[in-house]
Design a protein around this ligand. Structure first.
Ligand SMILES: [Zn+2]
Length: 248
């Protein structure tokens, strides 16, 4: 084998082995340290409240685990579960690094991964929470109000046809005692739908009226406003619907 060939093989071997050995050193820490939130705030990299530091799947040969905050020993645990419960207010506000160091029965030291978190004061955590929640609440409130107002405004007078009450049924106005149909898109509010009377404009919450109640109210309507009553068959109703599409 020529010298330059040998050199080539040697280099190839090194290139193949090098990343593997670097990975082996850097990848798996000996101990898998993680943080559980018991109560409090946990944003991205920021925490406040009651937390537990814990070792995932500890080895059976462990003698002890020591928990450190910024290189300072904060707890030594001699038996399972290897965990340490703490409140962020016990430590100064600001960024802290948490690690665990283990010792096996034979004296071998083990190191964990590092967890870096900013400890917030309760006031800071609340304002962060507010910053997240308040816009969401305002948005939800806005949507709710739109959902209430738009269908009520849409249920206009021209939609009223005597004897036709649509999928949500008819009801009787509590003020003018006249019948009208409950607009099916109107919001449901437990006991009934929020509706607007097309005759007098009263807004009220109405359950579906019975057939008897509606017939009673229809009689009243015919007596009070005979000029507006259009008694018609289905064909006539369809014709009126078609015409109403061209009205403003
Ligand atoms: Zn009314």
């Amino acid at each position: 084998m020529k010298n330059n060939q040998r050199f080539f093989y040697l280099m190839t071997l090194l290139i193949l082995l090098l990343p593997a050995s670097v990975n082996a050193q850097e990848s798996q820490p000996d101990l898998n340290l993680y943080l559980i939130r018991n109560f409090g705030y946990g944003g991205i990299g920021e925490i406040q409240g009651n937390f537990t530091l814990k070792i995932r799947d500890p080895l059976a040969e462990l003698d002890k685990i020591e928990f450190y905050l910024d290189e300072e020993l904060i707890a030594t645990i001699l038996q399972e579960p290897y965990e340490y419960k703490f409140h962020t207010s016990s430590y100064p506000e600001g960024e802290h690094t948490l690690i665990a160091v283990g010792t096996l029965v034979d004296g071998t030291p083990l190191k964990s991964n590092r967890i870096t978190k900013v400890f917030l004061s309760s006031g800071q955590a609340w304002s962060e929470t507010e910053g997240l929640i308040v816009p969401v609440l305002l948005f939800a409130a806005g949507i709710t109000i739109l959902g209430l107002v738009i269908p009520v405004l849409l249920s206009r007078k021209k939609d009223f046809v005597l004897g036709k009450y649509g999928p949500a049924g008819g009801t009787v106005c509590p003020r003018c005692d006249l019948p009208f149909s409950r607009f099916f898109l109107s919001p449901n509010l437990l006991v009934g739908k929020l509706v607007r009377c097309p005759h007098c404009g009263k807004i009220s919450i109405q359950a579906r009226a019975s057939q008897d109640q509606l017939q009673e109210a229809e009689k009243k309507y015919k007596n009070e406003e005979p000029s507006k009553v259009k008694e018609m068959d289905d064909q006539g109703y369809q014709k009126m619907l078609d015409e109403s599409r061209f009205e403003d």
